[in-house]
Design a protein around this ligand. Structure first.
Ligand SMILES: NC(=O)c1ccc[n+]([C@@H]2O[C@H](COP(=O)([O-])OP(=O)(O)OC[C@H]3O[C@@H](n4cnc5c(N)ncnc54)[C@H](OP(=O)(O)O)[C@@H]3O)[C@@H](O)[C@H]2O)c1
Length: 509
C-alpha cells in the first residue's frame, strides 16, 4: 500500500520550496531554509502515486562508472596558471615542470579576476591530520564561499583539484579519505551555482599531471585522471555480481544498527530478522530510553530475536568503543548497519562551520569511528546508509552530500583493504517519519527522482548486498523527467542512462 496516500493533496504555500535539478533530493521538511534556494517558493500539489508509479525504469540499482573520455585538445604549452591557496606545492611543481607559469593567489578576490583558477586540496603530508574529513570539508567550504563572493558575475570557474579523494573504478582505493567529502560538497555547490566550479581528481602520476591542462580545458564538470586517461562519472545500471556474494547476515550474526530509532533503521532491523534470520541485534539510538527504540526491541523479541536498545551518541568515540566491547559471555558484533545521520538544510552561502561540522560528525565522523573501532572484530558486513545527494549533489544540503560522499569513499577504502563494506547512496524513501517528508518527495519526484516504497527499498538492499560492489546508488529515476529537469553538471552524469535501460535497471523487487 502506498503509505503516503493519506497526505494532503496540496501543501500549504508556506511549506513549499523550490524545485531544482536532479540533485534536489531534499530529504527533510525544512521549508524555511528550503526557501533560500534558487527558484523561490512554489505551491505544489502532493505527488500522489509518485512512490509507486508503475513501468518507470527507476527501480534501479545503479552505480557510478568512470568512463574513459576522449581527451580535449590541450592549450599550447607555456600556459599561465592561477592557483588559489598555498597548499598546492605538488600541483604548482607539476605545472612548472610542463614549462608553464604558476601564479599563487592567497585570496579569492585576486584569483577571481582570472577565468579559470585551480584550488588544490591535496593529501595532508603524513596522513589525514587531526582535523580529518571534517576539517578538510570546513576548509573547502570557506574557499567555496569566498570564491562565490569574489567571483560575482565574472563567470570565473574554480577547479577543485584532489588527489585520491574519489574512487574512479570499482576496485579502487580512496587513499585521501580526508578530502573525500569535497566531492559531495562541490557537486552540491555545482548544483546551486552551475559553471562556478569543476572537480578534478588526479592520481599523482606524471602522465596525469601532463594530461591536466587538457582536462581543465575540456569544461567537463567532473573528471578523474588515471595514468593520463581522462575518466568521467556516469550513472549506469549495476550489473549482477558474477559470483553472488552472501549477504553477510544470518542466524549467527550479531548486528549493530545505528540510528535504529529512525525510520530506516527500524525497517532494516525488522527485515534482518524476518528475511535474513538474524537473531541478535544491538539497536543504537541517542538514548536507550527512546520509546521508538524500546518498542522496536520489544517487537523484535516477539519475533524471536534477542534485541537490546542501547544509548550512544555516535559522535562520541569513547561511548561507541564501550558499546562495541561485549559484556563478558556476550558475543561480539559481527555486522554493522550504519543508519545514523542528520540534516540541517541551507544553501551553501549560509552554511556555517558549526552546522557543517554537526552534519558531518553524525554521519561521516561516526562512520569513521565505526571503521576504526571494528578493526579487531571479525565482521561479515559493514553497511553504510549514504545518500544520492553525495553522487548527484544536493542544493541546500552540501554538507549532507559531503558526508555521503565520505561514506561512499570509506566503503571503497575498506574494500581495498579486504574488509567488508557496502555504501548505499539511497534516493529518497517514501517512508513516513524518515528524512524524506512529503515536500521533499514531491520536489525530488518533480526533478525525476521517485520515492522508494519500503518493499522496493528493502529489495534493493538485498540486491545490493549480493552485488559485489563497494558502493551502489539505489534510486528510482524517472529518466525523462530527470533529463528535462537536470542542471547541466548533473545531466552529464545521466548521459549513459539515455535511453533508459529499463530492463537492465529493474531489480528483483
Ligand atoms: N529516508 C530517506 O529517504 C533517506 C534517503 C537517503 C539516505 N538516507 C539515509 O538513511 C539513514 C536513515 O535515514 P532515516 O530516514 O531513517 O532518518 P531518521 O529517521 O532521521 O533517522 C536517523 C537516526 O539517526 C539518529 N542520529 C542522528 N545523529 C545521531 C548521533 N549523533 N548519535 C546517534 N544517533 C544519531 C537519529 O536520532 P534522533 O532520532 O535522536 O535524532 C535518528 O534516529 C540516514 O543516514 C540518511 O542519511 C535516508
Amino acid at each position: 500500500m502506498d503509505r503516503l496516500s493519506a497526505v494532503p493533496e496540496a501543501l500549504p504555500e508556506a511549506q513549499a520550496g523550490a524545485g531544482v535539478g536532479p540533485g534536489a533530493v531534499f530529504l527533510d521538511a525544512s521549508a524555511r531554509r528550503a526557501r533560500e534556494l534558487p527558484g523561490g517558493p512554489a505551491a505544489v500539489p502532493y505527488p500522489r502515486g509518485a512512490a509507486t508509479r508503475p513501468g518507470d525504469p527507476g527501480r534501479a540499482l545503479l552505480h557510478l562508472e568512470w568512463q574513459p573520455h576522449p581527451a580535449a585538445a590541450a592549450p599550447p604549452a607555456g600556459r599561465a596558471w592561477h592557483v588559489l591557496g598555498s597548499a598546492g606545492a605538488p600541483l604548482a611543481a607539476a605545472l612548472r615542470a610542463l614549462g608553464d607559469t604558476v601564479a599563487v593567489h592567497a585570496d579569492a578576490a585576486s584569483a577571481a579576476r582570472h577565468p579559470t583558477v585551480l584550488a588544490p586540496f591535496l593529501p595532508y603530508p603524513g596522513g589525514a591530520g587531526a582535523a580529518g574529513e571534517s576539517g578538510a570539508a570546513l576548509g573547502a567550504l570557506a574557499v567555496l564561499k569566498s570564491w562565490l563572493a569574489a567571483r560575482g558575475r565574472t563567470g570565473a570557474r574554480l577547479v577543485v583539484v584532489t588527489r585520491g579523494a574519489v574512487a574512479a573504478a570499482t576496485a579502487e582505493d580512496v587513499p585521501d579519505l580526508a578530502h573525500a567529502p569535497l566531492w559531495g560538497l562541490v557537486r552540491s555547490a555545482l548544483a546551486e551555482h552551475p559553471d562556478s566550479f569543476a572537480l578534478l581528481d588526479v592520481d599523482g602520476t606524471r602522465e596525469s599531471w601532463r594530461a591536466l591542462p587538457a582536462a581543465v580545458a575540456s569544461g567537463e564538470p567532473q573528471q578523474a585522471l588515471r595514468e593520463g586517461v581522462v575518466r568521467v562519472p556516469r550513472l549506469v545500471a549495476a550489473p549482477p555480481a558474477g559470483t553472488p556474494e552472501g549477504s553477510g547476515f544470518g542466524p549467527g550474526s550479531t548486528v549493530l544498527v545505528t540510528g535504529a530509532a529512525g525510520a530506516l533503521g527500524g525497517l532494516v532491523a525488522r527485515h534482518l530478522v524476518r528475511a535474513h534470520g538474524v537473531r541478535r541485534l544491538v539497536l543504537a539510538g541517542r538514548s536507550a530510553a527512546d520509546a521508538r527504540l524500546t518498542s522496536l526491541a520489544g517487537e523484535l523479541r516477539r519475533l524471536g530475536a534477542s534485541a537490546v536498545a542501547a544509548g550512544c551518541d555516535m559522535t562520541d568515540r569513547a561511548a561507541l568503543a564501550a558499546l562495541l566491547t561485549p559484556a563478558p559471555g556476550s558475543p561480539a558484533v559481527t555486522a554493522v548497519v550504519h543508519c545514523a545521520g542528520t540534516v540541517d538544510d541551507g544553501v551553501l552561502t549560509r552554511l556555517t562551520p558549526h552546522r557543517t561540522a554537526g552534519v558531518l560528525a553524525a554521519k561521516a565522523g561516526s562512520a569513521r569511528h565505526l571503521h576504526e573501532l571494528t578493526q579487531g572484530l571479525d565482521l561479515t558486513a559493514f553497511v553504510l546508509f549514504s545518500s544520492a545527494a553525495g553522487v548527484l549533489g544536493a542544493p541546500g544540503r552540501a554538507h549532507y552530500a559531503a558526508a555521503s560522499s565520505f561514506l561512499d569513499a570509506l566503503a571503497h577504502h575498506r574494500r581495498a583493504r579486504g574488509l567488508p563494506a557496502l555504501s548505499l547512496a539511497w534516493g529518497p524513501w517514501a517512508q513516513r517519519g524518515g528524512m524524506a517528508g512529503p515536500l521533499e518527495l514531491h520536489r525530488s519526484a518533480r526533478a525525476g527522482i521517485l520515492g522508494l516504497t519500503p518493499r522496493r527499498g528493502l529489495a534493493l538492499l538485498d540486491a545490493a548486498l549480493g552485488a559485489g560492489r563497494p558502493a551502489v546508488v539505489p534510486v528510482r529515476l524517472d529518466t525523462a523527467r530527470l533529463h528535462a529537469a537536470a542542471s547541466d553538471p548533473a545531466r552529464a552524469l545521466l548521459r549513459s542512462l539515455t535511453p533508459a535501460p529499463a530492463a537492465a535497471c529493474e531489480t528483483p523487487a
